[in-house]
Design a protein around this ligand. Structure first.
Ligand code: FEO
Length: 394
């Protein structure tokens, strides 16, 4: 837990969660995370923007106390997910007169998830203003970054955008403010890839809303604050664009080396053809690394042995996950090794309905790849290079 003075009358409460290693029981957090809340003290009123995870609610209350805050008039809820709203019920218990300021959808979700009573809410709409006395908050709806109710709060006089998850990163650090480092870029990209990527079409309009405000600082609710907003805005513009790289993401599982043999051969042939490769063994994969590669890869290849007449469960899991993340990948290939039959290829294809690009002719072989299979793999490598050329990547 930490408190930090951002400017006169504006404070950060950074609830550091160094030891957290998994989010949503799904997303690895190699560098922990933070839940950032902000206190803005006007001449007349004091506002708290977001709070902390339910797990850290007591710590959060202590931090508020450490700042010497003896009254809170408004709790601004930019997002209903419990990692930011979880401490709100405790805040409302302590500051009985405080009202939760949020949009109708967020209020509905807060009532559903946290059972906050109806009379605690003051509902705002797009572009509404809240005057704290010399500090004015403007509320702008930014739906689907990454829930339907997400909003951004702008502090007009200081040109600060409080964006909650939008532009955030799972990175526990006491370097609370950044100008943009490779580490922060990487953490923000990982965050985008795991959480925001499926909504890239909606994000574009929301970036515009933030840019129009001409922020001097972007304060997300995870990870460091951006002193140079263009660092993270430009990164987001790149990630949401249709652009992909001359990169093949090879996702494979191998039980008795047949698939591994094929993958190593294909990897070399791709390199020989001038194509970049990221190869991931799914039995030791980091979900975040795979998600990040899905943003960049022009081609995905899934290679799996046959298990109980279908694909290996790890190949099924990662294909299903790729489908959920809706990558902008243009080409897809499936490689399968079998002993006596099965429908691994059909099952994998059916798991990826969101893939709208071109599916290469799947390659299957019995046991260890034979000469015919190696020939097909070699031709697949040249086809991929040719396709990457056609779309201007090579
Ligand atoms: Fe950081 Fe969507 O919660």
């Amino acid at each position: 837990m930490a408190t930090f003075k951002l400017k006169d009358h504006i404070y950060l409460i950074n609830t550091l969660h160094w030891e957290r290693r998994l989010f949503d029981e799904l997303i690895p957090l190699p560098e922990g995370t933070t839940y950032n809340a902000y206190v803005i003290i006007g001449k007349d009123k004091t506002a708290l923007i977001d709070s902390a995870d339910t797990l850290k609610a007591c710590e959060f209350l202590k931090d508020l106390g450490a700042l010497g805050i003896d009254k809170i008039d408004y709790v601004i809820a930019n997002h209903a997910e419990q990692d930011h709203s979880g401490a709100i019920p405790k805040v409302l218990n302590k500051f009985e007169k405080a009202k939760v300021i949020t949009n109708p959808k967020c209020a509905e979700l807060l009532k559903t998830h946290l059972r906050i009573p109806d009379n605690k809410f003051q509902i705002i709409q797009e572009n509404d203003l809240l005057d704290l006395g010399g500090k004015t908050l403007r509320f702008v709806m930014t739906p689907w970054v990454h829930w339907p109710e997400t909003q951004v709060t702008f502090l007009e006089e200081d040109h600060i955008a409080f964006t909650c998850d939008f532009f955030g990163s799972h990175l526990a650090t006491t370097e609370f403010i950044t100008d943009g480092t490779p580490d922060v870029y990487n953490s923000a990209k990982r965050y985008y890839a795991e959480i925001m990527a499926p909504f890239r079409n909606m994000i574009s309009k929301n970036i515009e809303k933030v840019e129009n405000f001409e922020p001097l600082m972007i304060c997300p609710s995870h990870g460091p604050i951006y002193r140079k907003p263009e660092f993270i805005i430009n990164a987001y513009k790149d990630w949401i664009s249709d652009k992909v790289d001359n990169l093949v993401l090879l996702l494979y599982v191998s039980m008795h080396h047949s698939i591994e043999h094929a993958i190593r051969f294909l990897e070399q042939k791709l390199i020989d053809n001038g194509v970049m490769v990221k190869t991931v063994s799914l039995s030791t994969a980091d979900t975040g690394e795979v998600a990040m590669a899905l943003i960049d890869a022009a081609t995905i290849i899934v290679a799996t042995p046959t298990v109980h007449a279908s694909a290996h469960p790890l190949a099924i899991y990662y294909t299903f996950l790729a489908n959920l993340l809706r990558p902008k990948t243009k080409f897809l290939g499936i490689i399968n090794s079998y002993g006596w039959g099965g429908k691994a290829i059909e099952d994998l294809k059916n798991l990826f309905p969101n893939f709208k690009g071109e599916l290469f002719e799947p390659i299957s072989f019995k046991g260890m790849p034979d000469e015919e299979a190696m020939g097909k793999l070699e031709r697949l490598a040249s086809t991929i290079a040719q396709k990457h050329k056609e779309v201007g990547l090579l």
